[in-house]
Design a protein around this ligand. Structure first.
Ligand code: GLN
Length: 219
């Protein structure tokens, strides 16, 4: 995963900008499945770079917040002095995509988390952490995902959250189709900010990342 960052630094040292049409998309690299997102973004036509410092955040066109442990990432955002700069970039309209813990971080309100956890309010939604409970702690299912062609999307849920409340400006992209959690919202979009309860970075189905790269490129 360092290759992406190194190659970008090397390019800027020799005065080359990113290849035409390849937006620079940061992956928040404090904790979680950073490498998987970097690999998929690269395959989807973006130029992925790791973001750990405010200067790195300032240099990206968009940001992916990976899956992992939201309370840990929240703590590290404060330690690395990224919390306020990230809130500011989201307020300014930077596109972002969060999977699982990343969805939790992008919420305005989070249920069942630590009282000191910080969130980014990138999407007007209330998210319940670890919502699926022990019986279906981790599972896979096929979803209908609004706005993507090519049939149902295989989705992998790992101690996943769901969206308990989506605000009026939030578009619901997918819901759990059946079972005890049928109807629960698991993918949303508000403007240029996308979030999924599941992990499209691990299945080999790149349609969500492609949608994200396209929206960054179209901006
Ligand atoms: N349960 C984790 C959290 O609360 C999220 C799990 C994940 O990202 N796979 O942050």
């Amino acid at each position: 995963m360092n290759d992406a960052a190194v190659s970008r630094d090397t390019r800027s040292e020799v005065g080359l900008s990113a290849p035409a049409g390849r937006p620079t998309i940061g992956v928040l690299a404090l904790q979680g499945d950073v490498r998987e997102h970097v690999g998929v973004l690269d395959l989807c036509g973006a130029d992925p770079v790791l973001v750990r410092r405010p200067a790195e955040l300032a240099a990206v066109d968009a940001l992916v917040l990976p899956g992992g442990e939201s309370t840990t990432i929240s703590k590290l955002l404060q330690v690395f002095e990224l919390l306020e700069p990230l809130r500011a970039r989201l307020r300014d309209g930077m596109p972002a995509f969060g999977s699982c813990a990343g969805m939790i971080l992008l919420a305005g309100e989070v249920l069942d988390t630590r009282p000191d956890a910080q969130h980014l309010s990138g999407i007007d939604m209330t998210v319940r952490r670890n919502a699926f409970g022990r019986q279906v702690d981790s599972f896979e299912t096929d979803l209908d995902f609004a706005g993507v062609d090519g049939g149902p999307m295989r989705a992998v849920f790992i101690r996943a959250p769901w969206v308990e409340r989506a605000g009026a400006g939030v578009e619901v992209l997918a819901r759990v189709p059946s079972g005890p959690a049928a109807g629960k919202i698991v993918a949303v979009r508000q403007g240029n900010v996308l979030a999924t309860s599941f992990h499209p970075e691990v299945t080999g189905d790149h349609r969500v990342h492609r949608m994200f790269v396209d929206l960054v490129r179209d901006r």
